[in-house]
Write a protein that binds this ligand. Structure first.
Ligand code: ADP
Ligand code: MG
Length: 403
């Protein structure tokens, strides 16, 4: 299979979805030794993420509350003294990419996966960090393109590997910014900062309330005995980028009409007092973003207080806002929310997570309820939609670091 076919197949094969960190480490170590002919010295990991609440708020300078999940990228690596960085993709059949750190680092045309990593080395260098050569074998079990941010895990794990190998003083939040710069400039995706920040800075047992303007974070404890269920609708995405950009422009337009730097600075009172016609598209977009910001902060407070019922109310309200005001849900996604809210009731909550037009739902509920929730989805989703779902059960995990 060519690398492009592998990219398109969207499967990390044959790495099991439920592989533990130890399994992933062993897989990376084995491939490293087979290709390089000597054992790796250093192992690092960086997780994928799910956003619990705060959708389409990041580019409006607002708040999001993601947590790092059990699915992650793992690297086995060692220094080289010839300035060459050799990347080995374990999941793409040990295909390799290599470049000289001392030369100009640019994206390659034929290995998309390597560009995320090349960009990180490039921007570390640009920030003045003394990086050198390395052999780096990468594997992972974050599903690709499922909205759980495998790309951020790949960027952050690369920064983490260089940090460990070369004792760099780079801060975790800076690794995140470097990962984002790589994604913008080497992969061509103009993402916000949430994904890299949570992958780099996550805390076990906690979600992170992130202020996307200041990058200040606040760890929010997730009560013991609460699990996260992610259901991928597997609805094929189309025209997502165009729709995303259109929504972004509408938000910027309302901010301008309200005389604000960003919608983050507006209140619902100001929106209602403005000349913007109630019920118009831009009114509804702004209504979502402004109310979502308020909900995200309130949801963090409720979670901190261990009030799962309140947390759930904010999640349900967030979903309705995405459905009716932002208009980014699809019937399959609304159906997942309906099935799960029937099971969960007041003991947690569920909402769509991610950019919209398909993708995943995220639910918080007592761990004891997970099996019942899973069964409800397995019983109703596919027979009614003709699409088979994927289910991921998680708890909040630490961000990137040494294994
Ligand atoms: P998402 O971040 O939502 O999973 P993206 O399209 O942003 O989806 O990123 C997916 C891409 O990231 C893949 O096509 C691949 O190029 C790269 N990638 C992610 N994880 C790995 C991995 N473990 N090994 C190689 N490439 C990876
Ligand atoms: Mg991505």
């Amino acid at each position: 299979m060519s690398i492009n076919e592998l990219q398109l197949s969207n499967e990390l094969e044959p790495c099991a979805k439920n592989a533990s960190t130890a399994d992933l480490k062993q897989r990376a170590a084995k491939a490293f030794e087979a290709v390089c002919g000597y054992p790796a010295t250093t192992f690092v990991q960086a997780p994928g993420r799910v956003n619990l609440i705060g959708e389409h708020t990041d580019y409006n300078d607002g708040f999001v509350m993601p947590c790092a999940i059990d699915y992650k990228a793992v690297v086995a690596c060692a220094k080289r003294d010839d300035g060459i960085v050799r990347l080995i993709s374990v999941d793409y059949d040990n295909v390799q990419d290599s470049f000289d750190v001392n030369a100009d680092i640019t994206p390659t045309d034929d290995k998309l996966w390597a560009n995320y990593m090349r960009g990180v080395v490039h921007f570390l260098k640009e920030k003045g960090y003394q990086v050198g050569g390395a052999d780096i074998a990468i594997t992972g079990n974050v599903p690709l393109g499922a909205g759980l941010s495998s790309s951020a895990s790949l960027e952050v794990v690369t920064g983490q590997a260089m940090k460990a190998l070369y004792d760099l003083t780079v801060k975790q939040s800076e690794i995140a910014l470097i990962g984002q710069a790589s994604e913008h400039n080497f992969a061509g995706c103009l993402c916000g900062i949430m994904d890299q920040m949570i992958s780099a800075c996550g805390e076990k047992g906690h979600a992170l309330l992130l202020d996307c303007r200041s990058l200040k974070t606040k760890a929010v404890h997730i009560p013991d005995g609460v699990s996260i269920m992610i259901v991928n609708s597997n609805v094929p995405h189309s025209l997502v980028d165009g729709a995303y950009n259109a929504l972004r422009h509408q938000c910027e337009e309302v901010a301008r009409l309200l005389g604000k730097k960003a919608l983050r600075d507006a209140t619902l009172t100001e929106l209602n007092a403005s000349s913007i016609e109630k019920g118009s598209d831009i009114y509804k977009r702004a209504h979502h973003v402004i109310s979502e910001n308020e909900r995200t902060v309130a949801c963090a407070d409720a979670l901190m207080a261990g009030d799962l019922q309140k947390v759930g109310e904010h999640m349900y309200a967030s979903h309705q806002s995405m459905r009716h005001d932002f208009e980014i849900t699809v019937p399959e996604i609304d159906f997942i929310v309906e099935i799960l809210s029937d099971v969960i009731g007041t003991q947690g909550g569920v909402r769509m997570t991610g950019g919209g037009f398909g993708g995943c739902c995220v639910a918080l509920m007592p761990t004891t309820m997970i099996e019942q929730a899973k069964q409800a989805i397995e019983t109703h989703y596919e027979v009614n939609t003709g699409i088979k779902e994927s289910i991921y059960i998680c708890t909040a995990q630490d961000g990137a670091g040494l294994i």
